[in-house]
Write a protein that binds this ligand. Structure first.
Ligand code: SF4
Length: 367
């Protein structure tokens, strides 16, 4: 590959085709950092709204460090992988305490911040500080697996090392951040899952195109088998309020709120599972009296089918819950629910109730 011509072709294309994304309009280490973390595992179209809302709420590092964790999680609600949001807050505290509020400026110092990996450190260092370091994400791996016609899985260290070596060799000193963004943009817009080779500005440099192996690249590792889970979840209504509880710090989705419920055991109906789970989790005797619906969602390898019910207390049940499986909990008014951050399955349950005429008189949601 002729690095100079490749870089010239790529940058010329990027200068004309780069999307006007909000974090590109005004560059700063903080904005670059937040946008890069948000964009991991998330479609850019979705990130835009979250980013703008985040910047309105937390315009600088200090405001992130000072925020209550609930505010941070609420601003992140729906993006998933909530540890990313928690790490941003931890890193903001480190920047305040150890760097006097100024973003660290070397790739090593940036990399040492909580939650900042090699890719994110490279992106911040090259884009915000113009340092000549690579930023290799899944887009760049895919593009280079084709450009170099790499025959082994891009998850293999050998493939990653080869790609990093190539990127470092051609990274231009003058515009490293723009070059890194151009590679990612090429992967997002042209050399995507279904590549548009006829529109590609670097097709002359592409070995897979020459070898007619584009549809075989990148070589991927075999996917891990997904695991199916059946859950039952109950929205308990009592005296016009709804019971919610907060997940424990060592739980999956720590700090997020949910409706009680849990896994359906072998031989149980969803209703039986819900009665058992309510007794185990909050020591309340409930009746699942109306099926709201079924919500399906995924996280990591898990494919969850969640059976959702409207519940009421039995006539003899105590009304004060004991939170055995949560750090705290409360009965809240339905129109207060939007003030809490829920995992995506429970958020979708709320949204499905909001749209369901059966519950419109119960819930006066505000989006
Ligand atoms: S020619 Fe096709 S496969 Fe090669 S880099 Fe361009 S879009 Fe990707």
């Amino acid at each position: 590959m002729n690095g100079n011509i490749f870089t010239k072709d790529l940058l010329a294309w990027y200068d004309h085709h780069a999307r006007a994304l909000p974090w590109r309009l005004e560059r700063s280490p903080y904005r670059t950092w937040i946008s890069e973390v948000m964009a991991q595992q998330t479609q850019i179209d979705r990130v835009i709204g979250y980013f703008e809302h985040w910047m309105d709420q937390f315009p600088n590092i200090e405001s992130v460090a000072k925020a209550h964790e609930e505010q941070i999680l609420k601003a992140w609600e729906g993006l998933g992988y909530y540890s990313r949001a928690r790490n941003i807050q931890k890193a903001a505290a480190v920047i305040i305490q150890e760097y006097g509020g100024d973003f660290p400026q070397t790739p090593e110092d940036i990399r040492s911040l909580p939650g900042v990996g090699e890719y994110t450190a490279g992106a911040i260092a090259s884009i915000a500080f113009r340092l000549p370091v690579p930023a290799i994400d899944a887009n760049v791996l895919r593009v280079f697996s084709r450009l170099l016609d790499i025959e082994i899985s891009v998850s293999d260290k050998a493939a990653k090392d080869e790609i990093a070596k190539q990127v470092c060799q051609i990274l231009p000193e003058a515009r490293p951040g723009t070059f890194n963004q151009a590679l990612m943009e090429l992967g997002a817009l042209v050399c995507s899952k279904r590549p548009l080779c006829e529109n590609c500005p670097v097709s002359d440099h592409c070995v897979a195109l020459k070898n007619k192996t584009v549809d075989k690249r990148p070589v991927l590792s075999p996917k891990k088998k997904s695991i199916q889970i059946e859950m039952a979840t109950g929205v308990l209504l009592s005296a016009g309020k709804v019971l919610i509880q907060k997940r424990k710090p060592d739980d999956i989705w720590p700090g997020l709120w949910e409706f009680p419920g849990g896994g359906i055991e072998s031989g149980e109906s969803p209703e039986e599972a819900l009665v058992r789970e309510y007794m185990e989790e909050v020591e309340l005797d409930i009746i699942p009296h109306e099926k709201i619906g079924v919500i399906k969602y995924s996280y990591t390898r898990y494919r969850v089918t969640m059976h959702c019910y409207l519940c009421k207390l039995t006539d003899t049940a105590p009304v004060t819950p004991v939170f055995n499986e949560a750090s705290e909990g409360a009965f809240v008014l339905p129109d207060e629910l939007d003030g809490f951050a829920f995992p995506s399955g429970h958020r979708r349950l709320l949204e499905s109730m909001r749209e369901d005429v059966r519950y419109s008189s119960l819930f006066s949601f505000s989006v």
